[in-house]
Design a protein around this ligand. Structure first.
Ligand SMILES: CC(C)(COP(=O)(O)OP(=O)(O)OC[C@H]1O[C@@H](n2cnc3c(N)ncnc32)[C@H](O)[C@@H]1OP(=O)(O)O)[C@@H](O)C(=O)NCCC(=O)NCCS
Length: 148
Protein backbone atom coordinates (compact mmCIF):
# COMPACT_ATOMS: atom_id res chain seq x y z
CA UNK A 1 0.00 0.00 0.00
CA UNK A 2 1.50 3.32 -1.08
CA UNK A 3 0.47 5.58 1.84
CA UNK A 4 1.50 9.22 1.84
CA UNK A 5 0.78 11.83 4.50
CA UNK A 6 0.55 15.36 3.10
CA UNK A 7 -0.56 18.82 4.20
CA UNK A 8 -4.31 19.23 3.61
CA UNK A 9 -5.21 22.00 1.23
CA UNK A 10 -8.52 23.86 0.90
CA UNK A 11 -8.65 22.42 -2.65
CA UNK A 12 -9.55 19.08 -1.01
CA UNK A 13 -12.55 20.56 0.85
CA UNK A 14 -15.19 18.54 -1.06
CA UNK A 15 -13.60 15.15 -0.46
CA UNK A 16 -12.74 15.95 3.18
CA UNK A 17 -16.38 16.93 3.81
CA UNK A 18 -17.55 13.66 2.24
CA UNK A 19 -15.23 11.61 4.47
CA UNK A 20 -16.20 13.63 7.59
CA UNK A 21 -19.90 13.05 6.80
CA UNK A 22 -19.39 9.29 6.31
CA UNK A 23 -17.45 9.04 9.57
CA UNK A 24 -19.54 11.23 11.89
CA UNK A 25 -23.00 11.50 10.27
CA UNK A 26 -25.06 14.07 12.23
CA UNK A 27 -22.08 14.89 14.47
CA UNK A 28 -19.93 15.85 11.46
CA UNK A 29 -18.35 19.28 11.21
CA UNK A 30 -20.04 21.44 8.60
CA UNK A 31 -18.37 22.43 5.33
CA UNK A 32 -17.95 25.97 6.67
CA UNK A 33 -16.27 24.71 9.86
CA UNK A 34 -13.88 22.47 7.91
CA UNK A 35 -13.05 25.30 5.52
CA UNK A 36 -12.26 27.55 8.49
CA UNK A 37 -10.09 24.88 10.13
CA UNK A 38 -8.15 24.22 6.91
CA UNK A 39 -7.25 27.87 6.51
CA UNK A 40 -6.68 28.93 10.14
CA UNK A 41 -3.00 29.70 10.81
CA UNK A 42 -3.19 27.92 14.16
CA UNK A 43 -4.12 24.49 12.82
CA UNK A 44 -2.21 21.52 11.48
CA UNK A 45 -4.26 19.66 8.84
CA UNK A 46 -2.96 16.51 7.15
CA UNK A 47 -4.43 14.08 4.64
CA UNK A 48 -3.60 10.43 4.05
CA UNK A 49 -3.46 9.36 0.41
CA UNK A 50 -3.36 5.77 -0.78
CA UNK A 51 -2.31 5.56 -4.43
CA UNK A 52 -3.28 9.27 -4.71
CA UNK A 53 -6.80 8.68 -3.29
CA UNK A 54 -7.65 10.70 -0.17
CA UNK A 55 -8.54 8.12 2.49
CA UNK A 56 -8.47 10.08 5.74
CA UNK A 57 -7.49 13.29 7.45
CA UNK A 58 -6.67 14.88 10.77
CA UNK A 59 -6.97 18.44 12.02
CA UNK A 60 -5.28 19.67 15.19
CA UNK A 61 -5.32 23.14 16.69
CA UNK A 62 -2.69 24.73 18.89
CA UNK A 63 -4.41 26.06 22.00
CA UNK A 64 -3.30 27.75 25.18
CA UNK A 65 -4.64 27.30 28.71
CA UNK A 66 -2.18 26.78 31.57
CA UNK A 67 0.18 25.39 28.90
CA UNK A 68 0.32 25.40 25.12
CA UNK A 69 -1.07 22.09 23.82
CA UNK A 70 -2.18 20.39 20.64
CA UNK A 71 -5.91 19.69 20.42
CA UNK A 72 -7.10 17.02 18.00
CA UNK A 73 -10.25 18.47 16.46
CA UNK A 74 -11.11 15.65 14.07
CA UNK A 75 -9.61 12.37 12.85
CA UNK A 76 -11.29 10.30 10.14
CA UNK A 77 -10.48 7.33 7.97
CA UNK A 78 -12.85 6.28 5.15
CA UNK A 79 -14.65 3.03 6.14
CA UNK A 80 -13.07 0.84 3.43
CA UNK A 81 -9.53 1.88 4.45
CA UNK A 82 -9.74 1.19 8.19
CA UNK A 83 -7.39 -1.08 10.22
CA UNK A 84 -4.47 -0.26 7.95
CA UNK A 85 -2.75 2.06 10.48
CA UNK A 86 -3.78 5.18 8.56
CA UNK A 87 -5.15 6.94 11.68
CA UNK A 88 -2.05 5.90 13.66
CA UNK A 89 0.19 7.46 11.00
CA UNK A 90 -1.87 10.68 10.79
CA UNK A 91 -1.82 11.09 14.56
CA UNK A 92 1.87 10.21 14.79
CA UNK A 93 2.74 12.82 12.18
CA UNK A 94 0.69 15.53 13.95
CA UNK A 95 2.47 14.70 17.21
CA UNK A 96 5.86 15.09 15.50
CA UNK A 97 4.80 18.48 14.08
CA UNK A 98 3.53 19.65 17.49
CA UNK A 99 6.82 18.59 19.12
CA UNK A 100 8.73 20.53 16.46
CA UNK A 101 6.80 23.61 17.60
CA UNK A 102 7.92 22.98 21.19
CA UNK A 103 4.52 21.63 22.30
CA UNK A 104 4.70 18.86 24.88
CA UNK A 105 1.10 17.71 25.28
CA UNK A 106 -1.75 16.57 23.04
CA UNK A 107 -5.40 16.45 24.13
CA UNK A 108 -8.69 15.30 22.60
CA UNK A 109 -12.31 14.41 23.26
CA UNK A 110 -13.98 11.15 22.25
CA UNK A 111 -17.50 9.79 22.68
CA UNK A 112 -17.47 7.24 25.48
CA UNK A 113 -18.99 4.53 23.26
CA UNK A 114 -16.50 5.02 20.40
CA UNK A 115 -14.56 1.86 21.14
CA UNK A 116 -12.48 1.91 17.96
CA UNK A 117 -11.16 5.40 18.67
CA UNK A 118 -10.63 4.74 22.39
CA UNK A 119 -8.59 1.61 21.56
CA UNK A 120 -6.56 3.52 19.00
CA UNK A 121 -5.80 6.38 21.38
CA UNK A 122 -4.90 4.14 24.34
CA UNK A 123 -2.61 2.07 22.09
CA UNK A 124 -0.86 5.30 21.09
CA UNK A 125 -0.33 6.39 24.72
CA UNK A 126 -3.34 8.61 25.43
CA UNK A 127 -4.81 8.40 28.93
CA UNK A 128 -8.33 9.28 30.07
CA UNK A 129 -8.22 12.23 32.46
CA UNK A 130 -11.90 13.31 32.68
CA UNK A 131 -15.45 12.36 31.85
CA UNK A 132 -17.38 15.02 29.90
CA UNK A 133 -21.04 14.82 30.91
CA UNK A 134 -23.44 15.05 27.93
CA UNK A 135 -20.65 16.42 25.73
CA UNK A 136 -22.22 14.84 22.62
CA UNK A 137 -25.91 15.63 23.14
CA UNK A 138 -27.19 12.89 25.45
CA UNK A 139 -23.94 10.89 25.13
CA UNK A 140 -21.01 11.43 27.43
CA UNK A 141 -17.49 12.13 26.28
CA UNK A 142 -14.04 11.30 27.59
CA UNK A 143 -11.11 13.71 27.75
CA UNK A 144 -7.73 12.20 26.90
CA UNK A 145 -4.20 13.52 27.17
CA UNK A 146 -0.75 12.39 26.07
CA UNK A 147 2.65 13.83 26.93
CA UNK A 148 4.66 14.19 23.74
C1 LIG B 1 -11.17 5.55 14.82
C2 LIG B 1 -10.56 5.55 13.41
C3 LIG B 1 -10.01 6.94 13.10
C4 LIG B 1 -9.43 4.50 13.37
O1 LIG B 1 -8.78 4.57 12.10
P1 LIG B 1 -7.88 3.36 11.54
O2 LIG B 1 -7.04 3.91 10.44
O3 LIG B 1 -8.76 2.22 11.21
O4 LIG B 1 -7.00 3.01 12.82
P2 LIG B 1 -5.61 2.20 12.81
O5 LIG B 1 -5.59 1.21 11.69
O6 LIG B 1 -4.49 3.17 12.89
O7 LIG B 1 -5.77 1.39 14.20
C5 LIG B 1 -4.71 1.26 15.13
C6 LIG B 1 -5.18 0.44 16.30
O8 LIG B 1 -6.33 1.04 16.92
C7 LIG B 1 -7.25 0.00 17.37
N1 LIG B 1 -8.47 0.02 16.56
C8 LIG B 1 -8.74 0.80 15.47
N2 LIG B 1 -9.98 0.55 15.02
C9 LIG B 1 -10.50 -0.40 15.82
C10 LIG B 1 -11.75 -1.08 15.85
N3 LIG B 1 -12.73 -0.85 14.95
N4 LIG B 1 -11.97 -2.00 16.83
C11 LIG B 1 -11.02 -2.26 17.75
N5 LIG B 1 -9.78 -1.66 17.77
C12 LIG B 1 -9.55 -0.74 16.82
C13 LIG B 1 -6.52 -1.30 17.13
O9 LIG B 1 -5.74 -1.57 18.27
C14 LIG B 1 -5.65 -0.95 15.93
O10 LIG B 1 -4.53 -1.78 15.79
P3 LIG B 1 -4.71 -3.23 15.04
O11 LIG B 1 -5.48 -3.00 13.77
O12 LIG B 1 -3.28 -3.68 14.85
O13 LIG B 1 -5.49 -4.10 16.02
C15 LIG B 1 -11.61 5.13 12.33
O14 LIG B 1 -12.28 3.97 12.77
C16 LIG B 1 -12.65 6.21 12.05
O15 LIG B 1 -12.43 7.08 11.18
N6 LIG B 1 -13.78 6.16 12.77
C17 LIG B 1 -14.86 7.17 12.58
C18 LIG B 1 -14.41 8.53 13.02
C19 LIG B 1 -13.92 8.55 14.46
O16 LIG B 1 -14.50 7.92 15.35
N7 LIG B 1 -12.82 9.31 14.70
C20 LIG B 1 -12.26 9.49 16.01
C21 LIG B 1 -13.08 10.47 16.75
S1 LIG B 1 -12.43 10.96 18.29
Amino acid sequence: MDLKIETASIKLLDILCQIEQKCFDEEAFTRRQIAYLLTDYNTIALVAKVNLEVTGFIIAQVEISEIEYGHIITLNVAPNYRRKKIASKLLGEVEVMLKQRGISECRLEVREDNNAAIKLYSKLGYRITDKLERYYGKKHGLYLKKSL
